[in-house]
Design a protein around this ligand. Structure first.
Ligand SMILES: [Fe+2]
Ligand SMILES: [Fe+2]
Length: 372
């Protein structure tokens, strides 16, 4: 091997400076920053109180009207750690969460986009989401899909304000530079007459014509997932089904594939009976949680996030987490995540917390910022 020449510090500095000016870089310095030993990210956990979100949503109801002053009337959750990086509307690096308010008699016009979306109903009834002309009435706890590119609109035929969560893969689609949006040429997409519903549903969901070829795929033949069925299923589960990290948990699926209900956004409901404390684990996928029922806390990388009914919190990627029910009744936690994407890209990986019997030590307790 030829002997290496010896360079002075000045010569080396000049070399690196010139290299930089020519927009080149020395991998021997930077490999460790580029190909890290573990996931590195800027997503910090955060928690929002339902009381605060609801108040802002109610105020927006007095300020503007959907379809007139705004495409949608939505208050979104802004993760402060991502706003620092100029990422507006980010809950995690991939996921967005917004709280939409629709008042009696109002409607939000039809549009479609390349982002996938799920809805989770928080309060009220009598409003519906129409997906490609199919009306799905919304009740508390229901989950509704509006998969990428499906035409969707909302209309409220009830008497009380209606609040729901919109979950979209905004960050993911932006990172992939794949965002497209288009309003429908009219206010409403043509409605499928109600009398055709069962026929439509059966042919797509449960039956096929003798000579018809059905391709398993997306979007799911089902757009609406009722909470009463989710609850029934969770209540039927026994200790054999108990998961030490997620307690009693179900995932919403697309019956045509057996995979996640939406092709890119995963959805899950967990039930924690009173007193249950799960073990900690971490995984590549990130999630946004909504507390449907109950009270307790989640420990995320040693920090305690106390929650009660209606609250939202961020679970960043690759962060140890465990959930505790401190209340009297069952806790129901709804969450949506980017797991289907991580799995498709063969990037999903997880591990359990090894020390202390699988439970983290709490080093601090989170308090959300409040103007009040
Ligand atoms: Fe939309
Ligand atoms: Fe988890």
């Amino acid at each position: 091997m030829a002997e290496k020449a010896v360079f002075t510090k000045e010569e080396l500095d000049r070399y690196y400076e010139n290299m930089k000016k020519d927009h080149l870089g020395p991998l021997w310095h930077d490999l460790g920053h580029m190909v890290t030993k573990e996931p590195v990210h800027d997503v910090k956990p955060y928690l929002w109180k339902w009381k605060t979100i609801r108040e802002y949503a109610i105020q927006s109801g007095k300020m503007l009207e959907p379809g007139k002053d705004a495409e949608r009337r939505v208050v979104y959750l802004q993760n402060p750690s991502l706003l620092e990086r100029g990422l507006v509307g980010y809950g995690t690096h991939t996921l967005y969460a917004g709280i939409q308010l629709l008042l009696p008699g109002e409607s939000a016009p039809s549009h479609h986009h390349s982002q996938s979306a799920i809805r989770f109903i928080i309060e009220g009834d009598g409003a519906y989401t129409a997906v490609n002309g199919q009306k799905i009435f919304m009740e508390r706890g229901d989950m509704i899909l509006t998969p990428a590119w499906t035409w969707h609109e909302h209309k409220h035929e009830g008497t009380e304000p209606m609040f729901w969560l919109d979950g979209l893969d905004v960050g993911l689609v932006r990172t992939l530079a794949a965002s497209f949006f288009e309003p429908y040429e009219e206010e409403s997409y043509p409605e499928i007459p109600l009398e055709h519903y069962s026929a439509e549903q059966f042919s797509k969901g449960s039956f096929k014509k003798l000579n018809e070829t059905v391709k398993p795929g997306y979007p799911s033949p089902i757009f609406g997932y009722k909470f009463e069925r989710v609850k029934y299923l969770l209540n039927e589960m026994d200790m054999e089904d108990y998961d030490e990290y997620d307690a009693f948990a179900i995932e919403y699926i697309n019956p045509a594939t057996g995979g996640s209900a939406d092709s890119r956004i995963g959805t899950m409901m967990q039930k924690l009976p009173s007193g249950k404390h799960t073990k900690a684990h971490r995984h590549v996928h990130s999630a946004i949680y909504h507390v449907l029922e109950g009270s307790g806390y989640t420990v995320i990388d040693g920090q305690k996030f106390e929650w009660e009914k209606g609250d939202f919190f961020i679970l960043p990627p690759w962060s140890y987490h465990e959930h505790v029910n401190t209340g009297e009744g069952d806790v129901f936690l709804f969450s949506f995540n980017d797991k289907p994407v991580m799995e498709k890209l063969e990037l999903e990986f997880g591990e359990s917390y090894k020390e202390n019997g699988g439970r983290q030590s709490v080093t601090s307790t989170f308090t959300p910022y409040t103007n009040a």
